[in-house]
Design a protein around this ligand. Structure first.
Ligand code: ADP
Ligand code: MG
Length: 585
């Protein structure tokens, strides 16, 4: 139960609702226990009527009264049972909601390295399945425990007062039932975990086939894919059947044990009645009802035990996850204004997971208002530089200064607020174009959106779509071309009006003419801002104040366009190559 302590803060938060729930449960159970007593009264009346020890009138009125009592008590018990679910089960849903949000916030706090180490499926499980199991503890398990304890205690007192020996015999099979249900629940849980695994394999497989349907069709491998699906689906069916097999044992076992208890009551009760150890036959009828009433709560003891164990295991995983500290720590919550002077001094950086040293002893500086271009081959470390400026990773050695302050002393949210970042692989959400552009600035007006799209040279394309800015992208909407995607994500960065603009090769899929226009627009926009343009095309770098050439994580050359085309090296070669390419086009 150690791990489940984490939930105590939530129980405390909803303590009044819970207390009311407990009281309601107890009241519901007390009224439920009226029935057996009045059934006995009915039997006693019948017995007396048969003996002729009471008149027909007295018999009738006694019978009617008892029946009215039973109906009344049943109605009240019913109402309270409804309320019991409404309070305790509702609290478990509130707790589920809170816990999911707590976990989600932790997800967003964690750094990119965390996501590289964990599979998406596991991350999803934590927020859906693990929380689901914990909820079963916070709601049903607690409700049924209170239920069982109340019912058991009250019923036992009633029974013991009636016939102590018979009580003993009646409850003998119950612990056996409890243990049997516990064993069965564990087995069911074990098998349903396996079923879950297969279900998620199956859905991953289908999901991938749907998104890769174009490849599957064009390679003509439909039959092969269908075979794979058949096999997975077949295994899934087998696992389901094995789960159904144990599941099917549940009720027969309960019915068997109830039957045994009933037989015991009738047999022992009958013997005792004949020996005159119990007063009336009504007692036997009353006991039969008790036995049937107690069976389910007793069975739930086994069930609840297995729920608690599962919840404990799930909560343990959740707790371990919540304890993980983000590698990127926010040093302060005090807001910082950023001007945008960036200095790299002998910065080196190695990716943890691959052990690739992406940057080696890199030094350069950009002042606010300046434009820096970074040129280099794939894998030379260009994107890494931008990731470090956004502090998606922390540097290993050297100094990274923003406005002359070490980057890790600046409020993280403040820093990122002032950065407009266009990633290499333009990522757009399955949402409208408008919302995708507004993403970094919730309060942007329609006018702002259009202006940003115009700067990014994508306004005309958008207006060409039937629904304009309301066009939905992605899975259930249209797919943009690579260049359109890039330009929408440029508009997203521009609209934020940030101090630092980072463009990671984001004009690669745009033709040179449009590139030229966008760069000209940017010049108007970026006065007073720091702009870093990563590119493999000279055209994007031409007008930059400074250019650095990266190769294998090191700066091999730096200068500006004029100086670099006159110096032997990568830049000059590239320039000549691209010049002849554009001439031949
Ligand atoms: P560029 O943007 O110039 O193509 P990158 O900065 O993306 O280069 O990559 C530099 C080096 O770091 C490459 O060797 C690449 O394989 C490696 N690398 C890049 N991103 C990651 C990452 N997220 N995890 C591990 N290694 C990476
Ligand atoms: Mg890159």
């Amino acid at each position: 139960m150690k791990e489940l302590k984490h939930l105590n803060k939530y129980f405390l938060k909803y303590k009044y609702k819970l207390i009311v729930g407990v009281i309601i449960t107890i009241v519901a159970r007390i009224f439920l226990l009226f029935t057996p007593r009045y059934v006995r009264k009915i039997f006693d009346a019948i017995e007396k009527g048969l003996n002729g020890s009471i008149t027909k009138e007295a018999f009738k009125s006694e019978l009617t009264l008892a029946i009215l009592y039973i109906i009344g008590a049943a109605i009240i018990a019913g109402i309270f049972t409804f309320l019991m679910r409404q309070t305790i089960i509702n609290v478990s849903r509130y707790i589920e909601f809170d816990l999911k949000n707590e976990i989600y916030q932790q997800y967003q706090r964690l750094s990119l390295n965390f996501y590289k180490k964990n599979r998406t499926g596991d991350l999803m499980n934590r927020i859906s399945e693990d929380v689901g199991r914990v909820r079963m503890y916070a709601g049903p398990a607690i409700m049924y425990s209170i239920n069982t304890v109340t019912l058991f205690v009250i019923a036992l007192i009633f029974m013991y007062n009636q016939a102590p020996t018979l009580t003993l015999y009646t409850i003998i099979p119950l612990p056996i039932l409890s243990v049997a249900i516990y064993k069965l629940s564990r087995e069911i849980h074990k098998r349903s975990t396996i079923v879950q695994e297969y279900l998620s394999k199956l859905s991953t497989f289908t999901q991938e086939s749907f998104s890769g349907i174009a490849i599957i069709k064009s390679y003509g491998i439909e039959t092969q894919t269908a075979d794979n699906f058949y096999n997975l689906s077949h295994e899934n069916k087998e696992k389901q059947l094995s789960l159904v097999k144990v599941g099917a044992l549940f009720f027969p076992m309960m019915i068997l044990l109830i039957g045994v208890s009933n037989l015991l009551v009738i047999y022992i009760g009958g013997l005792q009645y004949m020996n005159g150890e119990i007063e009336s036959l009504g007692t036997i009828a009353e006991f039969i009802i008790y036995v049937n009433m107690l069976t389910w709560p007793v069975a739930t003891v086994g069930w609840v035990t297995s729920i608690v164990q599962q919840a404990e295991a799930s909560q343990k995983r959740i707790n371990e996850f919540l304890k993980i500290e983000s590698e990127i720590k926010n040093p302060t919550t005090e807001n910082t204004n950023i001007i945008g002077d960036i200095v790299f001094k002998n910065v080196s950086f190695t990716y943890d997971d691959t052990n690739i040293q992406a940057l080696k002893d890199v030094s350069f500086s950009v002042k606010h208002g300046e434009t820096l271009a970074i040129i280099g081959q794939t894998g030379s470390g260009k994107s890494t530089i931008l990731d470090l400026i956004g502090r998606l990773y922390d540097i290993d050695s050297g100094h990274l200064l923003i406005d002359n302050k070490p980057i890790d002393t600046i409020n993280l949210n403040g820093l990122r607020d002032h950065i407009g970042y266009v990633p290499q692989d333009a990522f757009l959400f399955s949402d409208s174009i408008e919302n995708n552009i507004k993403f970094g600035k919730e309060d942007a007006t329609d006018q702002d959106v259009i202006q940003a799209a115009k700067y990014a040279q994508v306004h005309k394309n958008i207006m060409g779509f039937k629904n304009g800015y309301n066009t939905v992208l992605g899975e259930r909407g249209i797919t943009l071309s690579g260049g359109q995607k890039q330009r929408v994500s440029i508009a997203r960065a521009i609209i934020k009006d940030p101090k630092v603009l980072l463009f990671d090769d984001c004009l690669s899929a745009v033709d040179t003419e449009t590139e030229e226009k966008i760069l000209n627009n940017l010049k108007k926009l970026t006065s007073g801002k720091t702009t870093i343009i990563v590119s493999h095309r000279i055209s994007a770098a031409k007008n930059a104040d400074k250019i650095i050439i990266l190769n294998d994580g090191k700066i091999v050359q730096s200068g500006n366009h004029e100086t670099l085309i006159n110096t032997e090296g990568y830049y000059k070669d590239l320039y000549l190559k691209q010049l002849s390419e554009s001439a031949s086009n």
